[in-house]
Design a protein around this ligand. Sequence first.
Ligand SMILES: NC(=O)c1ccc[n+]([C@@H]2O[C@H](COP(=O)([O-])OP(=O)(O)OC[C@H]3O[C@@H](n4cnc5c(N)ncnc54)[C@H](O)[C@@H]3O)[C@@H](O)[C@H]2O)c1
Length: 316
Amino acid sequence: MKKLGVAVIGTGFWGKNHARVYKELESTELIAVCDVNPERAKTIADQFGVKAYTSTSQMLKNKRIEAVNICTWSTKLAKEALKALKMKKHVLVEKPMATNTKQAKRLLEIAEENSVCLTVGFLMRFIPGLQKIREAVESKKIGDVVCATAKRVSQWPERIGDVGVVKDTAIHDIDIMKYLTNEDPIGVYAKTGNMRHRSFEDYAQIMLTYEDGKSAFIESNWLTPYKTRKLVITGSEAIMKLDYITQELWIEQKKKTVQPKYQFKEPLKLELQHFVNCIINNEKPLISGIDGLKALKIAEAALKSSAKNRLIKLKW
Ligand SMILES: NC(=O)c1ccc[n+]([C@@H]2O[C@H](COP(=O)([O-])OP(=O)(O)OC[C@H]3O[C@@H](n4cnc5c(N)ncnc54)[C@H](O)[C@@H]3O)[C@@H](O)[C@H]2O)c1
């Protein structure tokens, strides 16, 4: 079987995991990695026995590379993704996809023009328990969704210096709310601020409202000494709770609480395998460029809401 030729741009904390998973998948051949930091590029390239580059333009000339994962600093994602799309490579760009919605729209246009796959690294969608919640919502097993609450807090990972907690962290939950409800919010109200981060917000409380009256609340911060990543979704018939870290899931009904058992799976492996399958089988990815663009639009609205101290109404 011919393997799909892949490469990774940005080999820091997260990019090296992408490279490792591509080495592990049977359907891919990791051809090269690229990082503006030559030592980092070389260390990861040597670890996986592939070629190291410090220039993406040079690396992208390699015709054996069919798909590229972009794992650079958040403010560089769109620029690198654009280069790759223009070279007709399939692209998985990490969240937040771009610095602003204008850049994100450009990525969508170029992907469409060049008929290549564009997807965004919203990893949470690949957590098996989240898939179970999505199934339960769709089949109305928990009744009608009334509200959802997400909590994603930890200490500030100091390597993240170019975006705040909304575009870096809360954006995962913004996307999850869309994935679970299959609806776009009509209003956003948020309070954000910074305690430790000098340039960007390091805490955010975001409320999303929907046409039919349901709501979602997202709490994100880099001020908490321990790491918590949780979701609670309240339906008219039952409540579902997920711990993203342990992958434990609970279903609470009137008279009983059940904890379905399922196998722990590495979400990144599921995510990259899905991306590769979509390319090989010419299928649409679970997360489209539009999903990335919408999440960014809501994140921008949250920041605007906090700056203006008012509800921001969204039009779609
Ligand atoms: N989906 C997830 O769950 C998840 C988890 C962690 C990080 N991320 C995302 O991955 C990206 C990287 O995060 P990280 O934690 O690995 O950061 P990091 O700082 O550890 O790594 C970023 C790397 O990119 C390199 N780089 C920067 N600009 C570059 C460019 N133009 N070309 C080539 N290399 C470049 C840097 O030298 C660095 O090695 C961010 O966008 C982040 O939001 C996503």
